[in-house]
Design a protein around this ligand. Structure first.
Ligand code: NDP
Length: 326
């Protein structure tokens, strides 16, 4: 039997974690039948709920699932991990400012980075989902000096998938015919969903939709989609977030489709005028387990303006995190 791949998830009893664990265990990340061990991590008050998750995982009798380890100790949870989903994060409480949220999470993610550095496989791929995801990824990577910062990334794939779905619906095509969508910048209200490079069935999307929709309603719908789901369901978009997390990690590990790209928040190299030293969502192509930022695009003035604005927000977050000196 091939060796079991070690997959760690924090916040594993939370809404997204509850979806993610089962989808991974069923083979949707590594492929059906590929043996895996789930290392599920929670904070102490959520361990009872996590026991229930482990019971249900056993009851699924998944062929791929070799072992389930549950723990409230990061050292144990991250040991030997090859794929790491950092999902658990402190949610914004009543009266809490964004800066308080950032500070609380900076503490959590700096410790997680340090323990990953000690315990995880040194080539582990780490995906940050917990918000503020881009800056949490920066903090975790900064605290893992022996790991390559390129092995950390933050999730904008849900925004990317939402944008593809909106464009498909608008043009009356199936979502699988949409390529080359881009989410630029921060996973926040300043993110810039950009369809100016997108193709639908090989045709430029901008020839199929009017510019007013592309720059107005389309952007607003993607940015506000999470709130719309909460309004409809009464609870947040956990299933689609888990699905996007698997898409992100699978494409990173196994490669993007020929001719297409995906959006991932990765360490900025200044491409397209984004600030250096932040985790910025770019169009990326993946092959052989590595990503490259797609070069040679020529964003118009509207796009450059949006890229600048979301970059400024990330710089503010980075500066606020630096002041905490973690
Ligand atoms: P969720 O599983 O719904 O969300 C987890 C994180 O993902 C949040 O930061 C959330 O951000 C973020 N997120 C990103 N995209 C989305 C999306 N599309 N929809 C919803 N969330 C998104 O949170 P729960 O509260 O259900 O679960 C969190 C778990 O983490 C709990 O079980 C808790 O015990 C654990 N936890 C762990 C901590 C730690 O590791 N030290 C600290 C605190 C909690 P946002 O809040 O902005 O929606």
């Amino acid at each position: 039997m091939p060796q079991s791949t070690q997959i760690a998830i924090t916040g594993a009893a939370g809404q997204i974690g509850y979806q993610l664990a089962f989808r991974i265990a069923s083979g949707q990340l590594l492929g059906y039948g590929q043996p895996l061990t789930l290392r599920l991590i929670e904070i102490a008050p959520a361990m009872k709920a996590l026991e229930g998750v482990a019971m249900e995982l056993a009851d699924c009798a998944f062929e791929s699932l070799h072992e389930v380890i549950i723990s409230d100790r990061l050292e144990e949870g991250f040991r030997g991990a090859e794929y790491v989903f950092l999902v658990g994060a402190k949610p914004r409480g009543p009266g809490m400012e964004r800066s308080d949220l950032l500070a609380e999470n900076a503490r959590i993610f700096s410790r997680q980075g340090a323990v990953l550095n000690e315990q995880a496989d040194e080539r582990a791929k780490v995906l940050v989902v917990g918000n503020p995801a881009n800056t949490n990824a920066l903090i975790a990577a900064s605290n893992a000096p022996d790991m390559d910062p390129r092995n950390f990334s933050a999730m904008t794939r849900l925004d990317h998938n939402r944008a593809c779905a909106q464009l498909a619906a608008r043009t009356g095509h199936h979502v699988s015919s949409v390529e080359r969508m881009i989410i630029w910048g921060n996973h926040s209200a300043t993110q810039y969903p950009d369809l100016s490079q997108a193709l639908v069935d090989g045709e430029p999307a901008m020839a199929l939709v009017d510019a007013g929709w592309a720059r107005g309603e389309f952007i607003a719908t993607v940015q506000q989609r999470g709130a719309s789901v909460i309004e409809a369901r009464g609870t947040s978009s956990a299933a689609s977030a888990a699905s996007a997390a698997i898409d992100h990690m699978r494409d990173w590990a196994h490669g993007t489709r020929d001719g297409d790209w995906v959006s991932m928040a990765v360490p900025s190299d200044g491409s397209y005028g984004a600030p250096d030293g932040v985790y910025f969502s770019y169009p990326v192509r993946c092959a052989d387990g590595a990503w490259e930022i797609v070069q040679g695009l020529d964003p118009d003035e509207f796009s450059r303006d949006r890229i600048r604005m979301t970059g400024e927000e990330l710089l503010e977050e980075r500066n606020a995190a630096n002041e905490l000196a973690l």
